[in-house]
Design a protein around this ligand. Structure first.
Ligand code: FAD
Length: 398
């Protein structure tokens, strides 16, 4: 297959316009980061600018109020946001949820939700993880039972980002339990269903989880006690949600990779600037020492590689390459970019010496933000499992 993709003028325009939009918020970065931690909510002003710049509508067809500029353009926007040291906040989950609604929603659902996502007036979070089902998502137990015009949902979710600021949640549940599957001899992937749930629904309780990250979002444990959800909010076909959900994971991984390349660029720029100025012995800047310069040069090489891999994955998704190939590209890009982000921030800390730990450089916070991406939304180990199985044809171990 040809890999003939290049960035068009339109793609470059996204980078420029997102960069210009962020200029006016440069002095307020720290304030935005602190808002969620202080319980003061969400930087709504910044969110509206993300929407104005077309980021919330990038994957939405024009007939539903989006600009349909595609995943490659969107990932460049994400990368720019993170290169500039801002957080994309809920953009990652909302874009993944958007893909799922575009691919699996009926006309009424698309008309109800997509224009409001595109114009920034509603936000979505995503809830699949449970205390006993993280990596093994098919093991979830939260259950929905049909009752007239509603479904009644019971169970719990954990680590749900932004459940306090999102208006809706894409919730993954079981409509057929593991016990029923066993009795009927059905496959494990059967029996999952997706619902669009109002986050203010009666019967939902939210408990914050303390996770000190350099992100504007808080995480929550959610408890559902006979929560009623209208049947019209079932997304796709009952019991067949697994395929619908897995189809949205590739764009999520590609966007996560773009966040990581942006974070790596941000850390590299800080490190190089400091290495050119800081003098410790005589008049020699520390950047002249190979022990400082070479690790930064390695980051630069890895960054170009990760960027190209991420762009290839986004381009393949946009051009309709088969999902299996996109999956390989997306997983490999996410792996490389997440490892790179950790390495880049670590070398930036090393370059700054003691200052690397001071709040004013922001690097220690950035390190925990980068480290998260080795684990979520898909872990390093599960990507290696994927590549072993699908790209190398090795037997599955689990
Ligand atoms: C800050 C943060 C935000 C999050 N936001 C959300 C959100 O918005 N919505 C949501 O639904 N979830 C969210 N999550 C959850 C996240 O996706 C899970 O933590 C992640 O999927 C891992 O699941 P787990 O924590 O249960 O780990 P486990 O599944 O218990 O895994 C533990 C370790 O074992 C490894 N492992 C497991 N199985 C295998 C195997 N077969 N082979 C090799 N290694 C294996 C894993 O890679 C991992 O390193 C968030 C998590 C964090 C920390």
């Amino acid at each position: 297959m040809s890999l003939d993709f290049t960035l068009s003028d339109e793609h470059k325009l996204v980078q420029t316009s997102v960069g210009q939009m962020l200029d006016k918020f440069e002095s307020r970065k720290a304030e935005f980061r602190q808002m969620a931690k202080d319980g003061k909510g969400f930087p709504e002003e910044l969110w509206q600018e993300y929407a104005q710049a077309g980021l919330t509508g990038a994957l939405i067809p024009e007939e539903y109020g989006g600009n349909n500029m595609g995943l490659l353009a969107l990932m460049l926007g994400f990368e720019t946001v993170c290169t500039r040291g801002f957080s994309p906040g809920l953009l990652l989950t909302i874009c993944m949820d958007t893909c799922c609604i575009v691919k699996n929603g009926n006309d009424e659902q698309k008309e109800r939700f997509l224009p409001k996502i595109a114009d920034g007036s509603i936000k979505f979070c995503f809830a699949i993880t449970e205390p006993n089902a993280g990596t093994n998502a098919l093991q979830i137990e939260t259950h929905a039972r049909r009752d007239g015009d509603n479904y009644i949902i019971n169970g719990q979710k954990t680590f749900i980002s932004g459940a306090d600021v999102a208006d809706y949640m894409l919730l993954v549940v079981r409509t057929t339990t593991a016990k029923e599957l066993k009795e009927r001899g059905q496959p494990k992937a059967y029996g999952m269903s997706l619902f669009i749930v109002d986050t203010k629904s009666k019967g939902m309780e939210k408990t914050p989880i303390s996770i000190p990250l350099s992100d504007e979002l808080n995480q929550f444990q959610l408890f559902f006690d006979d929560m009623e959800v209208p049947a019209e909010n079932l997304l796709g076909t009952e019991n067949e949600g697994a395929v619908a959900m897995f189809n949205s994971l590739n764009p999520e991984r590609i966007l996560a990779a773009a966040i990581c390349t942006g974070m790596a660029q941000s850390a590299l720029t800080k490190a190089v600037d400091y290495a050119k100025e800081r003098k410790v012995f005589k008049d020699t800047p520390i950047g002249a020492y190979q022990s400082i310069a070479h690790p930064l040069a390695e980051v630069k090489i890895d960054l170009d590689a990760a960027r190209l891999m991420t762009q290839r994955a986004a381009w393949a998704y946009d051009t309709g390459v088969d999902p299996q190939t996109v999956g390989s590209y997306a997983n490999m890009a996410k792996f490389l970019a997440a490892e790179l982000a950790i390495k880049a921030v670590d070398h930036a800390i090393e370059t700054h010496g003691g200052l690397g730990f001071a709040e004013e450089t922001g690097l220690i916070n950035q390190w925990s933000g980068a480290r998260l991406f080795r684990t979520a939304p898909v872990s390093r180990e599960m990507i290696l499992n994927y590549v072993s199985e699908w790209n190398l044809g090795l037997p599955k171990s689990y």
